[in-house]
Design a protein around this ligand. Structure first.
Ligand code: FE2
Length: 180
């Protein structure tokens, strides 16, 4: 893998997104991408802040680099698109939710660490946090135009649903309890 690993990944995913088995083949491409994280340092440097950078977005696919700082539990939200996430370094703690008769309910969780790949169905609702004191770098791929979807955000304590906006997403972040 060269220093253009991310650019090559984007080009590959753009082609794969138009095919029938897009999720499976993009998962494979993601596993290769995150297998050697040090090669991505030039293209995806740490900024020291929570930041999402959209590398590419069209009607078929959105590819975003995500830097998640420690210490914040981000709020539950959906995407309404297939998702493939790969972790470059650090770890993402995912809390999952499903829709019940009275709104969303907690439905378990999973932590994915460097080298891991997670895919989620369009109806999935999750909330993420960086695990422990480490910043997490990840690549998130969505099978569609993420900015065109009318997504939902959920209040972190009441779980009341509202339209997703970046401002409210930031407002709904809560300090994460210290982990030993
Ligand atoms: Fe998400």
């Amino acid at each position: 893998m060269t220093s253009t690993a991310l650019a090559e990944f984007v080009a590959t995913c753009r082609e794969l997104a138009k095919t029938q088995d897009a999720v499976l083949t993009i998962r494979d491409a993601m596993e290769q991408l995150v297998a050697d994280p040090t090669k991505l340092d030039d293209e995806f440097p740490l900024t020291g802040t929570d930041s999402d950078v959209t590398l590419h977005e069209d009607e078929h696919i959105s590819i975003i680099t995500c830097e998640t700082m420690p210490g914040i539990n981000q709020p539950p939200h959906d995407h309404l698109l297939q998702v493939v996430i790969g972790i470059i370094d650090g770890a993402e703690v995912h809390r999952f939710f499903h829709r019940g008769p009275d709104g969303i309910e907690a439905a378990g969780g999973r932590t994915i660490a460097a080298g891991d790949v997670l895919s989620m169905q369009p109806e999935a609702i999750h909330a993420i946090a960086a695990q422990g004191p480490e910043t997490c770098r990840a690549v998130h791929v969505y099978l569609g135009s993420l900015s065109s979807v009318d997504r939902s955000l959920f209040h972190p304590e009441t779980f009341v649903e509202e339209p997703m906006t970046l401002e409210r997403y930031a407002e709904f972040g809560r300090p994460a309890p210290a982990r030993v």
